[in-house]
Design a protein around this ligand. Structure first.
Ligand code: ADP
Ligand code: ZN
Length: 301
């Protein structure tokens, strides 16, 4: 029987699932709406059940789940594998790993959505050949995942780069939307909903030449500088819905360099900022393919 892996990118609005062995060998794919945990996880499980088994000639070797959070990643914790304190109705305390373990009995990789996307980009996307990488998504929220020494970075909990404080000049943009930090953190001022609140219209409809994008690029460029100075990754990838505004990339690079002001004298930054701050190589599939990579790694002896 042919061995295949499953990847699940769990988001607050949708779950992206795929089955395969890598980006060039995706055998099936499905997007499901995020409703209640029971309904959504059940639908995900049925997707895999439809495609594996003796009839299809495909055996499931492992599953990877890259999930919105915060999530419990501590293997010694009694609530390992669950979503912890999300404001998303019904999902606080939802057992995700336990659900799939009970259903499939295969090794399961489990990490944050952005650690997953970072791993996917490192293995198959814009981070190939590197050992370290940060992936930032700028969407409904802002999150950052990190790979260090080829592995997703965990610590006391997991990185929460979306909530790093921003400078007073950036805070001046307005009250912000973070339920914890208002306009004092990156997500509060630079997420899609923050842009919509400031502009008074949905972020995708803000014209490309609106000055709001310069403020957005400054906030994200300063965040990139903060990350370059703290984690020292070999590359920083920006993805998520807001980065569909491609005019942001050169401006983010500009503001990152301005914030660093020549301090990090390394050619990867001073001469190659165009590749140091990059778009996802896997596009919108970074998360689901990253989850697949987590599944493949979990199944390794
Ligand atoms: P999510 O974060 O919900 O998983 P996305 O990464 O697609 O999903 O982000 C959705 C956010 O991105 C929304 O706030 C939306 O308004 C914003 N967005 C989507 N497309 C664009 C666009 N073309 N320009 C600016 N913002 C966009
Ligand atoms: Zn915050």
């Amino acid at each position: 029987m042919r061995q295949v892996w499953g990847g699940i990118e769990g988001g607050g609005t949708k779950f992206n699932c795929l089955l395969g062995t890598g980006p060039d060998a995706i055998l099936a794919e499905r997007t499901l709406p995020t409703t209640s945990p029971g309904e959504t996880l059940g639908a995900v499980a049925r997707f895999f059940e439809e495609h594996v088994g003796s009839e299809s000639g495909q055996g499931l070797a492992g599953l990877g789940i890259a999930c919105f959070g915060p999530i419990d990643l501590n293997p010694r914790s009694p609530t390992y594998g669950s979503v912890t304190t999300t404001p998303k109705p019904g999902w606080s305390g939802a057992e995700v790993v336990g659900f799939f373990r009970g259903r499939f009995g295969v090794p399961i990789g489990w990490d944050t959505d952005v650690n997953g996307a970072a791993l996917g980009e490192l293995r198959w996307g814009a981070g190939r050949g590197l050992d370290s990488l940060v992936y930032i998504t700028v969407g409904t929220g802002i999150g950052g995942g990190a790979i260090v020494g080829g592995r997703p970075l965990h610590g006391l909990l997991h990185p929460e780069m979306g909530h790093i404080p921003v400078t007073p000049a950036i805070q001046a943009a307005g009250p912000g939307v973070c339920p914890y930090h208002g306009g004092w953190c990156l997500e509060g001022v630079a997420s899609g909903p923050a842009l919509a609140r400031r502009a008074g219209r949905p972020a995708p409809t803000i014209p490309a030449d609106d000055p709001i994008w310069e403020d957005e690029a400054r906030a994200l460029g300063f965040a990139a500088a903060t990350i370059a100075l703290t984690l020292s990754p070999e590359r920083i990838i920006f993805g998520g819905g807001v980065l569909k505004q491609e005019q942001l990339y050169p401006r983010i690079r500009h503001h990152c360099l301005a914030a660093l002001n020549g301090y990090l004298r390394v050619p990867a930054i001073t001469d190659h900022i165009d590749t140091y701050i990059a778009a996802p190589g896997l596009g919108d599939r970074a998360g689901a393919l990253g989850a697949l990579a987590l599944g493949i790694d979990a199944a390794r002896p």
